[in-house]
Write a protein that binds this ligand. Structure first.
Ligand SMILES: Nc1nc2c(ncn2[C@@H]2O[C@H](COP(=O)(O)OP(=O)(O)OP(=O)(O)O)[C@@H](O)[C@H]2O)c(=O)[nH]1
Length: 318
């Protein structure tokens, strides 16, 4: 009678293991598989009879053995479960995504729980690894993250040129100003303005003027270093922040920009447009009370360059 009851219980436990939509794997201390449910069979194409009493690591070389041991050993010794979410490690078993056509993911993201299976004496010689398919959750979280990153990027850049907009550039500038106040360095700033830009608009039209601004932005970015922070400050005005660069070295960059612009020929419809720029440089000074004073110095130098006849570079205070 008891035998019949045991048999019935085994039967429904088997059905239960087969029907739940999570992976159930029981391994012993040598990581040899004792239980392998239908979920695991379906996703791995490995039958329970094939993998039973075989090492998990032999069948799944992609599993980082030392990592899994570090996670599972405390489950054996401390008898308390551990959880690993997909953000820590995307998967334990590299299974294909359930819906490879509609899912943008190539593989199944998994959350993992490892819990102890104690014997009647309380000893833990086996642990159960539960594998949850969280691909949908991971994919939608990543889509939200991607969208947020894109929104953040868009909020920082100027729509016409793709370089930093004034607001974001000024934020960086203020931060650099404060950094220089703490540890006085040799950072500099360049203000740059297109000469007689109104004439370009008037002669070739506003869209041609836009193309000039766009190409100038690319030129500035190409010529400057990666650590320099370039921004569109106003209509035809640009600002370049050069951390840890003394004004003599900034002069080299400013002249390079000026001469490159001078040589630039922009083909727009049937026109070839040439133009020049004026630049003002100001080096950081501890006497500046606010970041805006630093910028005003560069602006004054730019004004001087315009006044002196344009197409030139002036260093503030020189
Ligand atoms: N195409 C275009 N024009 C712009 C944009 N923003 C500002 N402008 C124009 O830029 C011109 C700036 O002219 P001004 O400030 O007189 O300066 P300028 O003609 O460059 O003369 P100087 O700076 O003294 O050499 C104005 O005609 C603005 O309409 C823009 O995004 N696109």
């Amino acid at each position: 009678m008891q035998d019949m009851k045991d048999l019935a219980e085994m039967h429904w436990k088997h059905d239960l293991l087969g029907s739940i939509e999570v992976g159930i794997v029981v391994v012993d201390r040598r990581y040899q598989v004792q239980v392998w449910n239908l979920f695991m069979e379906n996703h791995s194409n490995i039958a329970p009879s094939t993998i039973r009493d075989k090492s998990l690591f032999d069948h799944f070389p992609e599993i980082d053995e030392s990592w899994l041991r570090a996670k599972a050993e405390p489950v054996f010794s401390l008898k308390s479960p551990v959880f690993v979410i997909w953000e820590q490690r995307p998967y334990l078993f590299r299974f294909g995504a359930n819906r490879p056509i509609t899912s943008p993911s190539q593989f199944m993201y998994q959350n993992i729980t490892i819990f102890p299976l104690a014997s009647l004496s309380g000893q833990v010689d086996q642990v159960c690894i539960v594998v949850y398919d969280v691909t949908d959750q991971a994919v939608s979280k990543q889509a939200v993250d991607d969208l947020n990153n894109e929104l953040q990027r868009l909020s920082r850049v100027d729509g016409l040129t793709g370089i930093y907009n004034r607001r974001y550039w000024e934020e960086q500038f203020e931060r650099e100003f404060k950094r220089n106040l703490r540890t006085p360095g040799e950072s500099s700033v360049i203000m740059l303005d297109i000469d007689h830009f109104k004439k370009i608009n008037d002669t070739y039209g506003h869209p041609a003027g836009d193309e000039v601004i766009r190409q100038l932005a690319h030129l500035i970015e190409d010529v400057s270093r990666e650590t320099d922070i370039c921004g569109r400050y106003g209509g035809e005005e640009f600002a370049i922040l050069l951390p840890d660069t003394a004004s003599e070295n900034v002069m080299v960059l400013a002249q390079r920009i000026r001469t490159s612009v001078e040589k630039l020929k922009i083909e727009y419809e049937q026109h070839t447009i040439s133009f020049t720029v004026s630049l003002g440089i100001a080096q950081f000074n501890t006497a500046f009370g606010q970041h805006i004073q630093w910028l005003e110095e560069a602006d004054k130098a730019l004004y001087q360059a315009k006044k002196n006849g344009r197409n030139q570079v002036i260093i503030a205070g020189s």
